[in-house]
Ligand binder design. Structure first.
Ligand code: XBP
Ligand code: MG
Length: 264
């Protein structure tokens, strides 16, 4: 017999890059360029090129893709890429420590209200684990990493987003079902990763991702909004200026306890 019970929200799963903060254009991109210059490579990823390169998730994978698809020759071995990427990570963490990359509107508010309500918090991201710690500690404060029950990040899974592996890992480690969770993502790759693990998803797009297809999302908005900085919901139920917990609970209650459907 078919299951028709509605799902109840127990956990928010946050993507990091582009969702918690606008980390790509003036964060990761600059750190890649710093590492390239230090390694004597005359590579420079401008804003536009970087937008194209974001189609590939993961920094090491992005460098490999750049030399294979854009330069058409293999200049760096995988070991060289790993060393270069380690330097990029250091440069990126330094940028975060300078405090120049703030959280996006509404992120702190939503995380704080989820904590007050006793919801589980988790992270599902492609980026390197130390980057997550540095972002959280430099925006939400020391110790904020401990607010998250699970931090699933980087090479912990072999297949990065859009593969669902990172979401499967979060579900396994929280012991929750996909329908008890809501993912917050900013990109098509992130959305596919979540929905292919069965996790209902809200998309907060940004300048790099606004044109992407988010048709599988329960709701799409330009950001989470604040009282004095209302968000614009472009798909899904309308919000009164900002996305709050009652709104997200409503979204999840629109879904039913049944198997995940797969989107390609
Ligand atoms: C984020 C990424 C990451 C960062 C770089 O994707 O693609 O690769 O750009 O991080 P998502 P690393 O937001 O979907 O998780 O260089 O540490 O890999
Ligand atoms: Mg993202």
């Amino acid at each position: 017999m078919a299951h028709t019970a509605k799902n109840t929200l127990e956990c928010l799963i946050f993507d990091v890059d582009g969702t918690l903060a606008d980390t790509e254009r003036n964060g990761h991109r600059l750190a890649f360029n710093t590492a390239f210059a230090e390694y004597g490579l005359n590579w420079h990823w401008d804003e536009r090129l970087y937008g194209d390169l974001l189609a590939v998730t993961g920094g090491k994978e992005r460098i490999r893709h750049y030399q294979d698809k854009f330069l058409g020759k293999r200049i760096l071995s995988d070991a060289d890429i790993a060393r270069l990427h380690a330097r990029k990570t250091e440069a990126y963490v330094q940028l975060l420590q300078s405090g120049k990359i703030p959280l996006r509107p509404g992120v702190k508010r939503l995380i704080e209200s989820a904590r007050e309500a006793g919801l589980t918090l988790a992270i599902a991201t492609t980026t390197t684990p130390v980057n997550v710690t540095a972002l959280l500690e430099n925006t939400l404060g020391p110790g904020s990493i401990d607010w998250f029950q699970v931090i699933a990040a980087g090479d912990i899974v072999s297949a990065k987003k859009p593969a669902p592996d990172i979401y499967h890992l979060v579900l396994k480690e929280t012991g929750l079902t996909a329908g008890q969770c809501l993912a917050l993502e900013d990109s098509r790759a992130g959305l596919l990763s979540a929905v292919n693990a069965g996790v209902p998803t809200l998309v907060t797009f940004n300048a790099y991702t606004r044109q992407q297809d988010f048709s599988e999302a329960l709701a799409v908005t330009d950001h989470l909004g604040e009282v004095d900085n209302p968000c614009q919901v472009t798909a899904g139920p309308t919000a009164q200026g900002y996305i709050d917990l009652p709104y997200l609970k409503r979204l999840v209650s629109m879904t039913f306890q049944q198997g995940a459907h797969h989107v390609c």
